[in-house]
Design a protein. Structure first.
Length: 303
């Protein structure tokens, strides 16, 4: 008999599962890569998260609709809450990872499915990406919070898509996402009671990173020329290439001058230090010499 995951409760006044069938018929849903045991997460990662077409949920047990309250109490171990999060995930960064961490930990027993939109769909509705779709898929597969990745995810979630992947809830930040002629592409998900909000991480976004690169373009172009990239690979004109290489030479000369100055200062300091020691020793020797001279040739001296 399946048991509830950590945090689940039973008894009067506690919401029960959608139906008794959920308790009676064992599910064969794919299990999370990280298993929650009491208050700890025991890692069971043996490789990257699989793609959905490699491990689709073929569970034959009825997949009853859950309420958020029921999901938060904990579901049977064999029936994890299937949470879906989607996005572009270009230049995968800490903000993306934190959002997925929140989606993964919304419920005690959750299986996180992440949909990643293809290049064609993204370029059509949002704009050009830095990373291609294959690179973005692979970045998500190697995030510890992700249990499954859906390639070429849809821009708008249809009932057919939700049913196919047996999705219980959709996680995303609560800011209305206007796109593809809609004021909020998640509006119908919210109305169906399937939306769970996550919080955005302030100060980091793909657009912010791209802005930094564009702002400091000359610095990065010069750096990569130094590292062996060609002007053609960097899409740098002949004139700019010469300018960057000249600037690199100037910087090298400045660095050499700086090193020489530092070494000169160090040399002067050592000379001053030694001179001081020599003067001090000379003074001591001088006093000793004068004392000896007076002992010999002074009024009361031996001579």
């Amino acid at each position: 008999m399946p048991v509830r995951a950590a945090g689940a409760e039973s008894g009067a006044g506690v919401p029960k599962s959608p139906s008794d069938t959920m308790e009676e018929l064992e599910h064969t849903c794919p299990q999370p890569r990280l298993v929650r045991e009491y208050i700890f997460l025991w890692p069971s990662l043996t490789g990257p998260a699989p793609f959905a077409d490699e491990t689709s949920c073929q569970c034959q047990a009825p997949h009853e609709k859950l309420t958020i309250a029921q999901a938060r109490l904990g579901t049977p171990v064999d029936r994890p809450v299937r949470v879906y999060a989607d996005g572009i995930f270009d230049l995968f960064h800490a903000g993306h990872a934190r959002a997925l961490m929140q989606a993964k930990t919304l419920f005690p027993n959750s299986y996180l499915i992440v949909g990643v939109c293809s290049d064609d769909l993204t370029h059509k509705f949002k704009g050009f990406t830095v990373m291609n779709e294959t690179e973005r898929y692979e970045a998500l597969r190697h995030c510890r919070y992700v249990d499954e990745v859906i390639r070429d995810a849809p821009w708008t979630l249809t009932p057919e898509f939700l049913e196919k992947h047996k999705i219980d809830f959709v996680a995303h930040d609560d800011i209305p996402y206007s796109s593809a002629g809609s004021d909020d592409v998640y509006k119908h998900i919210k109305e169906a009671g399937m939306f769970v909000p996550t919080q955005r991480t302030e100060g980091i976004s793909t657009s912010d990173i791209i802005t930094r690169i564009v702002r400091d373009y000359d610095v990065y172009a010069r750096r990569n020329l130094q590292r062996g990239y060609t002007a053609k690979e960097l899409n740098v004109s002949f004139i700019n290439e010469k300018k960057y290489r000249f600037q690199n030479q100037v910087d090298k000369m400045k660095e050499k001058v700086k090193n020489v100055e530092e070494k000169s200062k160090e040399f002067v300091y050592k000379v001053e230090e030694k001179s001081h020691d020599l003067i001090q020793k000379w003074e001591e020797k001088s006093r000793e010499f004068i004392g000896n001279f007076l002992e010999l040739f002074g009024p009361d001296g031996a001579w």
